[in-house]
Design a protein around this ligand. Structure first.
Ligand SMILES: NC(=O)c1ccc[n+]([C@@H]2O[C@H](COP(=O)([O-])OP(=O)(O)OC[C@H]3O[C@@H](n4cnc5c(N)ncnc54)[C@H](OP(=O)(O)O)[C@@H]3O)[C@@H](O)[C@H]2O)c1
Length: 278
């Protein structure tokens, strides 16, 4: 980018957004971070922090003055306002990088993709595999003992480090050559949940093991977990059942291809986040 117009990062306080803010700053770009709670966002002083709420698209419009490129993800449980938000961005910004979601029952990934690529702005869509940070859903169990209980232990996932998703997003926000493309990102390996628990135990130096629950037992456990949103319990377990019954996972080399660095392993992710399990 040749000017110093800020890059707008929506959902800047989340797992991926914070990494994007950090990596953009490190590369010398001006960053404007959007959050619903600017006073508690806790960014370095050179980050311009602004209030915005995706459920009210006019508040996003107010964040776009002088902006060059925008990073957007969709944390809401309905896709109803995605088109309005994308339209607001497309009118004001040159480029949009969107991280797609499988968590919106009323707007499929293909519909999100069509919507973002069809708005007349330079666009990139990122479709990541399962986030490694999801393993923190087991942190309470790991603090309490050496057993992780859950359903579908044989399900293979390719867990992805948020820093790798961010690295791809930063390239798409700042380099030419990513327009009109959808990038499917995975981690470097496909591990069953049983194997994931073993890796976490290895890194933490603990003899952790998996104990299989039925779907109903896992459902009751998650519903009783105050830190886990009730509305997401069936979405998650249905998603796991579908993945187990579906075609085998295909790993991609997209992270390496775009960033020049191999995708980080789960072992690396746990090493980076070991303190979060204690
Ligand atoms: N977990 C996975 O395995 C996985 C896989 C593929 C895709 N995804 C997708 O990744 C996204 C989650 O990314 P993440 O983990 O980085 O986020 P996260 O850590 O869950 O944080 C959510 C972010 O969204 C912001 N946010 C929530 N409601 C908002 C609203 N109404 N208006 C504006 N901002 C709002 C929050 O900001 P404030 O609270 O500061 O406003 C926060 O920055 C979801 O779309 C999910 O479907 C996840």
């Amino acid at each position: 980018m040749t000017d110093n117009r800020p890059i707008l990062v929506i959902a800047s306080t989340g797992n991926v957004g914070r990494q994007i803010v950090t990596q953009l700053r490190e590369a010398g770009y001006a960053v404007r971070a959007v959050t619903r709670n600017p006073r508690t966002a806790d960014f370095p002083s050179d980050v311009e922090v602004t209030g915005g709420d995706l459920s009210a698209p006019s508040t996003i419009a107010a964040c776009l003055d002088g902006v060059d490129a925008v990073f957007l993800l969709w944390p809401l449980h309905t896709g109803k306002r995605l088109a309005a938000v994308v339209d607001v961005i497309a009118r004001r910004a040159r480029r949009l990088v969107f991280l797609g979601t499988g968590g919106v029952p009323d707007l499929s990934f293909a519909e999100q993709e069509k919507l973002v690529h069809g708005r007349g702005t330079e666009s990139t869509v990122i479709r990541p595999s399962t986030f490694a940070v999801n393993t923190l859903w087991w942190a309470d169990q790991i603090r309490a003992g050496d057993v992780v209980r859950g359903a579908y232990g044989a399900l293979r996932m390719s867990l992805i480090h948020e820093a790798d998703i961010a690295a791809v997003a930063v390239r798409a926000l700042t380099e030419p050559g990513h327009h009109g493309v959808t990038y499917a990102l995975t981690g470097p390996e496909a591990l069953t949940q049983v194997e994931q628990v073993r890796v976490i135990g290895d890194v933490l130096g603990r003899p952790l093991h998996w104990e299989e629950l039925t779907r109903e037992q896992a459902r009751r456990r998650l519903l009783a977990d105050e830190t886990f949103p009730d509305s997401f319990v069936d979405v998650l377990l249905d998603g796991y059942a579908d993945m187990l019954a579906g075609p085998p996972l295909v790993l991609t080399t997209t992270i390496h291809d775009i960033t020049g660095a191999p995708a980080r392993s789960l072992r690396q992710w746990v090493t980076d986040h070991a303190a979060d399990f204690t």
